[in-house]
Design a protein around this ligand. Structure first.
Ligand SMILES: Nc1ncnc2c1ncn2[C@@H]1O[C@H](COP(=O)(O)OP(=O)(O)OP(=O)(O)O)[C@@H](O)[C@H]1O
Ligand SMILES: [Mg+2]
Length: 241
């Protein structure tokens, strides 16, 4: 069996502001290729913090081990951060990851088609019909020439999903991809999303508030526990899985 795609040991991120301090601790986390992972928890428990570290966007405050294995190559993320290899981390992110942001993160002046093509363009990938096929699957084929401002919220979220998949990444990280639509639409969009990553054998990590309908999609839920001081000024979340 192939080794884990992510391997983390004692990864910590601390964030402090005026009168509060937050700490996310990951004693041990292994994610295998093709796994579907859910991170469910209350607002402020550290979901986006963890996802941003897994996307190499946010530097851990400390880590014993942070390895990323993809296409038969092992990358030492801990060492890359330590040596300030931001360019290398950005290149890994562009090539291997797709990120669906809570707010969609679409560029307002580009059409739906151009937004979805963007990740491929940056990598110099030729148009091979992938974007058109994704648009059909997501029910967006009639909207390809529109701009994001002319779409409904649910349509925008589907464009964000298409954009995250267009360059055929190995991993898709989705931060509450259905946060701003009604529960019925959220359930449908999430089901389409999971079906699409499954069909492509993509590893997926989703943060969401909604465990109820996510559970039916067969995701593995990461265990986490948050402790807060009585006055709320200190909080620590421990995640493992
Ligand atoms: N840039 C930052 N600087 C300082 N503290 C931050 C920063 N971003 C987040 N935090 C704090 O870190 C903690 C975890 O935030 P995070 O965004 O990871 O939570 P979340 O689980 O994604 O919440 P939500 O469900 O609301 O998106 C919070 O207490 C938050 O205030
Ligand atoms: Mg968040």
């Amino acid at each position: 069996m192939a080794g884990p795609i992510y391997e983390l040991k004692e990864v910590v991120k601390t964030r402090a502001g005026d009168g509060y301090s937050f700490r996310l601790r990951v004693p041990s986390l292994r994610i295998s290729p093709g796994e579907k992972i859910a991170l469910i928890g209350e607002s402020g428990c550290g979901k986006s913090t963890l996802l941003d570290m897994l996307a190499f966007v946010l530097q851990p405050s400390g880590c014993e081990r942070f390895r990323f294995n993809v296409e038969g190559k092992e990358h030492d993320i801990a060492r890359a951060w330590k040596r300030r290899r931001q360019n290398r981390l950005a290149a890994l992110r562009r090539r291997h990851l797709g990120y669906v942001m809570q707010t969609g993160g679409l560029l307002p002046y580009l059409t739906v088609r151009e937004n979805m093509e963007l990740s491929r363009r940056i990598l110099g990938m030729k148009d091979d019909g992938t974007v058109a096929a994704l648009a059909r699957e997501l029910g967006l084929h009639r909207h390809l020439e529109k701009r994001p401002g002319e779409l409904s919220t649910g349509e925008r979220q589907r464009v964000a999903i298409g954009r995250a998949l267009a360059h055929r990444p190995s991993i898709v990280i989705a931060d509450e991809p259905t946060a701003s639509v009604d529960p019925f639409a959220a359930e449908r969009i999430m089901a389409i999303f999971i079906e699409m990553v499954e069909a492509r054998n993509i590893t997926v990590i989703v943060a969401s508030h909604a465990w109820r309908h996510i559970k039916q999609l067969g995701l593995r839920r990461l265990a986490h526990h948050t402790r807060r001081s009585r006055d709320g000024s200190l909080a620590e979340t421990v995640v493992s899985g």
